[in-house]
Design a binder for this molecule. Structure first.
Ligand code: NAD
Ligand code: WQD
Length: 338
């Protein structure tokens, strides 16, 4: 079976390609490298000892997509390609709508034209908005999104649901990720953000290697035990393995389904700081800063549906996530540029 992985050079995509190759799938990566490096593709090959085809292409390039589908027999698509920065999406909403939504529509049109109607999509817990209480379940109504990035995920979910409703030959699996962190055990692939990281764990890792002076803890007056925000951090390898189960599902049957990929456990910002200090053996300097606009106090999953229907659940704990993030960062202080 052959799987096209859009955004396969990125953080979650690269880890998923490793697991796809390990599971015996032929894997083709499509990425425009706007937020990743081709070095990650080399390292996927190094880790697995298997070949992977790489095509530099934009998901908005219909002719480029048609060429890939005509030259390869593709059984299903895992669709990671997209822009993901919340603050950048507030500054450049049209770029986000064009890239994420326009790109997904073009991809689906190319898929339909090629007769490949099986897709696994990277959605996000952000679609639950701030109104639903945690643990978040897939049968809860989607919430009001607070930034253009989140809105792209909500709209793409609707577009894919409508696509299935109009044509039941499609097989769609919407995966709502919680907070992916960690890295492959080899320390050879991991998260490599451009500029100053917007997310907690890449920020902490850069404080730990001395690139950044201290962490700003965004709010300590939330209604949580220590006052800091609670999230459901999930190891990126567990997340990657969830995609293998989702691909099996779309290959095996038509339909449209939605799953949370989370651990079901919530940890605070200060829990993360402590766990990371243990993993790296250093103190993480931090200061309490104001709340970040758009943040919810508590966000964690109910992962029951994925366990029951996909046979998947996360097995890696917070200590392992921090150890693996630290191995990646300390072995590659400048990310893939080394
Ligand atoms: P990433 O930026 O590391 O990977 C995305 C990849 O897509 C990058 O390699 C980038 O170069 C590529 N890309 C972007 N636009 C493209 C386009 N128009 N054509 C071709 N390639 C393009 O991000 P990630 O953390 O691996 O996230 C993967 C997906 O998961 C994204 O869709 C993201 O929105 C979603 N997601 C991420 C998180 C998270 O916290 N990391 C949480 C929920 C959902
Ligand atoms: C986690 C916690 C912050 C940075 C984002 C997107 C979401 C999804 C995952 C893609 C919060 C606190 C953070 C810092 C801090 N992405 N924090 N200091 O906001 O839960 O989710 O990434 O879909 O859509 O919104 O993740 O890592 O940014 O924040 O105190 O410098 O860490 O306030 O409580 P978030 P995060």
């Amino acid at each position: 079976m052959s799987i096209l992985v859009t955004g396969g050079a990125g953080f979650i995509g690269s880890h998923t390609c490793v697991e796809l190759l390990n599971a015996g799938y032929d894997t083709i990566i499509l990425d425009n490298l706007c937020n990743s490096k081709s070095e990650s593709v080399k390292r996927i090959k190094e880790i697995t000892g298997k070949d992977v085809k790489f095509v530099k292409c934009d998901i908005r390039d219909r002719a480029g997509l048609d060429k890939i589908f005509s030259e390869n027999k593709i059984d299903a698509v895992i669709h990671f390609a997209g822009l993901k920065s919340v603050p950048q999406s507030c500054k450049e909403p049209l770029e986000y709508y064009d890239n994420n939504i326009g790109g997904t529509v073009t991809l689906c049109e190319a898929m339909a034209a090629a007769g490949c109607k099986k897709i696994v999509f990277s959605s996000s817990a952000t679609v639950y908005g701030s109104e639903n209480p945690s643990p978040l379940r897939e049968d809860m109504p989607e919430g009001k999104t607070t930034n253009p990035y989140g809105t792209t995920k909500l709209y793409i979910e609707r577009i894919l649901k409508d696509t299935y409703a109009a044509d039941n030959e499609w097989s769609v699996c919407l995966l709502r990720y919680f907070n992916p962190i960690g890295a492959h055990k080899s320390g050879r692939i991991g998260e490599d953000p451009n500029g100053i990281p917007a997310n907690l764990v890449p920020y902490i890792t850069q404080v730990a290697i001395g690139k950044l002076d201290h962490l700003n803890v965004c709010g300590n007056d939330y209604p949580t035990p220590d006052g800091t925000g609670i999230r459901d951090y999930i190891h990126v390898v567990d997340l990657a393995l969830g995609h293998i189960k989702a691909v099996e599902k779309v290959l095996g049957e038509t339909g449209c389904s939605t799953y949370n990929l989370g651990t079901g456990k919530g940890y605070s910002v200060l829990d993360l700081v402590k766990a990371f200090e243990k993993a790296c053996g250093k103190k993480i300097k931090y200061e309490i800063a104001p709340r970040r606009s758009g943040d919810v106090a508590i966000c964690y999953s109910d992962p029951t549906k994925a366990k029951q229907e996909l046979g998947w659940s996360a097995t890696r704990d917070l200590d392992e996530m921090c150890e693996d993030s630290w191995r990646w960062q300390s072995n590659n202080p400048n990310g893939f540029e080394d």
